[in-house]
Design a protein around this ligand. Structure first.
Ligand SMILES: Cc1cc2nc3c(=O)[nH]c(=O)nc-3n(C[C@H](O)[C@H](O)[C@H](O)COP(=O)(O)OP(=O)(O)OC[C@H]3O[C@@H](n4cnc5c(N)ncnc54)[C@H](O)[C@@H]3O)c2cc1C
Length: 429
């Protein structure tokens, strides 16, 4: 990998997400050689992926080059690499570009979509965990409307305009709200020759309320906001199969749809060599102690979504959210520095700053530690918080300008089919 030998201990970080970047920033001015490996050369701001999928934002404005985050730090190395295996007995990681020795290894690989073993659903549904997946979804949504214009078959047309989102967490709720706004504000103008009132947006939730990790009030309000926007909210219903045309459920309800988005579960990205039953939880997360060490190892750590730190307050680990990931990265960084200087280590303690979800223009729900509120004010707070945590000044400015423009014009200008998803629309480039 052409990483020079150094007298400083080598810390290899796998993953440039919220956790990996927070840690790398803490270590970049310290006496370590830091090597960050990621399969993408950019950090993805996942909370805004749904806006890319629905044409509200360009992908560039929610991605940030990892090399730029840590520019100017001589002890920092980035390699674009997919980590394949960890050889714990000889402290070596194998990647698609070669192998690398480590003194300390930090796994920050996040999560991937969980289909719970349903291969049919995996093959036919759309996921929204990465920028390429979000761009695929954007293309598919737009291509379906183009195709709906071409068919005389009413059933086919309705299936092309019928959207099913499985999963009533923040991702599902935010996507459903954004699609409803497109239906109302954009489709009638873009497709005057298509009866877009027939487009249906369905959100299917297995449990008895949306946003189950938030307060009951937030759930109720989110449901009311979605219904106000014309979304069909299905609760206590589970999608059990989808062949690309028909989604079946655990009841006799089924949906004819050409677009099914699976937002009903995630599992940790596991690595060969670090998948032992002794230290992996049911959701494939790595069991760690309060100092982020993977169970049974002194020099292997896990932070962010991939880590499960069980405590009395969090018996199943911390929520899979950006805040715990960043806080864990920072705490581990401080501890590695403290350890190198012979100082005592600080056990991790999560400061819950609350959670939020937006449903659409002027509509959001916020559960902060001291206040819970919904509506316009929550929407402004949601926007401010997302702008604040977005990496890069340019990205903040671009996103802000886009939001102001979209708000004033009721528009989403990034509704572009750059790379067609369906064979039907593929042409010579
Ligand atoms: C659609 C969506 C919306 C969300 N909305 C919110 C929200 O509103 N608020 C909130 O707090 N949280 C939200 N989250 C969750 C939040 O994004 C995650 O909790 C957070 O990204 C976790 O950070 P992480 O660093 O653990 O992992 P990630 O940010 O997922 O980063 C993992 C990194 O590891 C890399 N990687 C993985 N495997 C390998 C490998 N084998 N080799 C090399 N590189 C690898 C990936 O490329 C990635 O860059 C959302 C998530 C999604 C998908």
């Amino acid at each position: 990998m052409n990483i020079p030998q150094s007298s400083n201990p080598r810390v290899v970080i796998i993953g440039g997400g919220f956790a990996g970047i927070a840690l790398a920033k803490k270590l970049s001015k310290q006496e370590f050689q830091v090597v960050l490996l990621d399969r993408h050369n950019y950090h993805t701001f996942q909370p805004l992926l749904y806006q890319v999928s629905t044409g509200g934002l360009e992908p560039d404005s929610i991605a940030y080059p990892i090399r730029k985050v840590l520019q100017g730090y001589p002890n920092f190395y980035f390699r674009l690499a997919e980590v394949l295996k960890v050889n714990t007995d000889v402290n070596l990681v194998d990647t698609n570009i070669g192998s690398l020795k480590f003194d300390k290894l930090v796994v920050a690989t996040g999560t991937e979509t969980n289909y719970f073993g349903n291969t049919e659903l995996e093959a036919n549904s759309m996921a929204m965990k990465t920028i390429p997946q979000s761009l695929n979804l954007r293309s598919l949504i737009l291509e379906n409307f183009e195709q709906a214009l071409l068919t005389d078959d009413l059933h086919e047309r309705e299936a092309l305009m019928n959207f099913v989102i499985v999963g009533g967490g923040p991702t599902g709720v935010e996507l459903a709200g954004a699609l409803a706004e497109i239906k109302k504000g954009i489709l009638p103008k873009d497709y005057p020759d298509l009866d877009t009132r027939r487009a249906q947006i369905n959100i299917v939730q297995g449990g008895d309320r949306l946003l189950p990790a938030m307060s009951e009030k937030a759930s109720e309000k989110a449901e009311a906001f979605l219904e106000e926007l014309g979304v069909n909210v299905w609760k206590k219903l589970r999608v059990s199969g989808y062949d690309g045309k028909l989604a079946t459920t655990n009841t006799d309800i089924s949906f004819r749809t050409e677009t099914l988005v699976w937002a009903a579960g995630v599992k940790a990205v596991s690595l060969k060599g670090l998948d032992g039953e002794a230290f992996v939880s049911r959701s494939k997360r790595l069991l760690v102690n309060e100092f982020h060490q993977v169970k049974g190892f002194d020099n292997i750590y896990a932070i962010g979504d991939v880590a499960q730190m069980e405590s009395e307050a969090f018996p199943h680990g911390h929520p899979m959210m950006a805040q715990p990931a960043m806080q864990q990265g920072e705490n581990l960084g401080n501890n590695l520095v403290a350890e190198s200087k012979g100082n005592s280590l600080k056990p991790f303690s999560y400061r819950d700053k609350g959670s939020m979800a937006t449903i659409g223009r002027n509509k959001a729900v916020a559960d902060l530690p001291k206040f819970k509120f919904q509506g316009v004010f929550a929407w402004f707070v949601w926007m401010f918080v997302h702008l604040y945590f977005l990496i890069g000044f340019r990205n903040r400015v671009v996103v802000f300008i886009n939001w102001v423009y979209n708000y004033i014009k009721f528009d989403r200008e990034a509704r572009l089919i750059i790379r067609p998803f369906k064979n039907h629309f593929k042409t010579k480039e």
